[in-house]
Every structure is written in structure tokens, then in C-alpha cells.
Design a protein around this ligand. Structure first.
Ligand code: DC
Length: 224
């Protein structure tokens, strides 16, 4: 962790509500919002676009070595470019949904993206959501949440967004991979969003942050 900046880590399976919670917390607490899944999706889009087989790790690594990956922040959100181009709607294409768990299981892909994710802490306090944020990216942060929901609820949420996304299958791949699988990180508090609305999830999250000293941390900084 940086000497001066702090990270809130939010992990959980696909469509658990973690992005929405992270966005609300970022707005309320004035944090940089980092969607780490978008970074894995951006690399996956490049794999798909260039016709590389996502199930062939050596081919994915060979492509990765040719790419210039750039990370930054704009309007309070993290941004990512590949060879100077920031992908947009492509990140949610069905082909990306289908391949992203394969590409993100490649250790070399994770090495590059985890380094970029840690580097963002130089730019300010942030809330980062993903699968391995509390376990691998920022294991020392005391501010760790795991947002969960039943598979049926998550499948319905994706369908309501008009998305073709086999969330259950993606979660199984994300939880079973060797490198940095989806886990409840040591010290993370689990919040189940299946039966409660987003406001209630946010209230619970704020309670955890309060108990763990997030707000004292801010006032200490303000005094110094
Ligand atoms: O959050 P998302 O559903 O957009 O993430 C897409 C995929 O990226 C997810 O299925 C697994 C991968 N991912 C990861 O391996 N590690 C992260 N920290 C974030 C996402």
C-alpha cells in the first residue's frame, strides 16, 4: 500500500452487485473507481479482435508481449488503453463474455494487470472491484468486502441488462483457476445482495468501513 493513499477492495462473482456498490461508494467518498474486470475484458477484446485462440495460453502471452497497455484515471474512473486505443462497448460483447475467464487465467496477463492496478494507488484513494483485489492486489488493506448473490439472482440481473452471459460458468472458471482464483479474502466481510436493495448493501458496506477506521483515517489526514 502507498504511504498516503488507501484502497477499498471489493470482490465477488459476476453480477453480484459489486460494481454498483463500488460506484456509489466512489461517489459518496470521493474515491477513484477502478473496475479491474474491464482491464481483463480489454485484453480479451484484443485477443478476440486479433483472432488469437483464448484457450491457448502461449498464443495469448505472445500477443500480450506485443501490446502497449496503458492505465490512468479520467473523471474519477480508471481508464485503460491498448496501443493507445480505449475499447468501449466491445468490452461487453458476447465473445468477450465467453473468453474472458480463459484469458484472465493466464498468469502473465495477471502479472501485467495487477502491476497496473497497484500503480493506480499513486493517484489517490480508490475503490477497486474484481475477483482478487483483497487476496492479491491489496492483501494488506483492512477495507475488504465480498459482495455475493445467488446464481439465479445474478443470472436474472444479466438477462435484465439484455446480456448473454453464462455467469455461473464464468464463476466456476474464475473460482477454479490456479492463479488468483475468486475467493473470500482473509479479513473480508461478506454481504449477500440477493434479497436486499443496493442502498442497504451500501449502508452495510459503510458500516464495515466505519468499524475498520476508514473515517478516522480521513480525519487524521485532514489534521496533518
Ligand atoms: O467483473 P467482470 O465480470 O467484468 O470481470 C470479467 C472477468 O475478468 C471475470 O470473469 C474474471 C476476470 N477478472 C479477474 O480475473 N480478476 C479481476 N480482478 C477482475 C476480473
Amino acid at each position: 500500500m502507498s504511504e498516503t493513499h488507501h484502497a477499498i477492495a471489493i470482490d465477488g462473482p459476476a453480477a453480484s452487485g459489486k460494481s454498483t456498490v463500488a460506484k456509489v461508494l466512489a461517489k459518496r467518498l470521493g474515491l477513484i473507481m477502478v473496475n479491474s474486470g474491464a482491464m481483463y475484458r480489454a485484453v480479451t477484446w484484443e485477443v478476440v479482435r486479433q483472432g488469437v485462440d483464448p484457450t491457448d495460453p502461449a498464443a495469448v502471452v505472445a500477443l500480450l508481449k506485443t501490446l502497449a497497455v496503458g492505465c490512468g484515471v479520467k473523471d474519477g474512473h480508471s481508464t485503460m488503453t491498448i496501443d493507445g486505443v480505449g475499447p468501449g462497448a466491445e468490452l461487453r460483447f458476447e465473445a468477450v463474455n465467453a473468453a474472458v475467464s480463459k484469458v484472465s487465467a493466464v498468469p502473465e496477463v495477471r502479472d501485467v494487470l495487477v502491476a497496473s492496478q497497484r500503480d493506480l494507488l499513486r493517484l489517490g484513494d480508490l475503490v477497486m472491484e474484481g475477483r482478487d483485489i483483497g487476496s492479491v492486489v491489496f492483501p494488506d488493506t483492512p477495507f475488504k468486502l465480498y459482495i455475493d448473490a445467488s446464481e439465479e439472482v445474478r443470472r436474472q440481473r444479466r438477462a435484465a441488462e439484455g446480456q448473454q452471459d453464462a455467469v455461473g460458468e464464468r464463476d466456476r472458471q474464475d473460482a477454479q483457476r490456479k492463479t488468483s482464483p475468486l475467493v473470500v479474502a482473509d479479513g473480508a466481510v461478506v454481504i449477500d445482495s440477493s434479497e436486499i436493495g443496493i442502498e442497504e448493501v451500501v449502508e452495510k458496506a459503510l458500516e464495515v468501513l466505519k468499524q475498520r477506521g476508514w473515517f478516522e483515517r480521513e480525519s487524521e489526514e485532514a489534521r496533518s
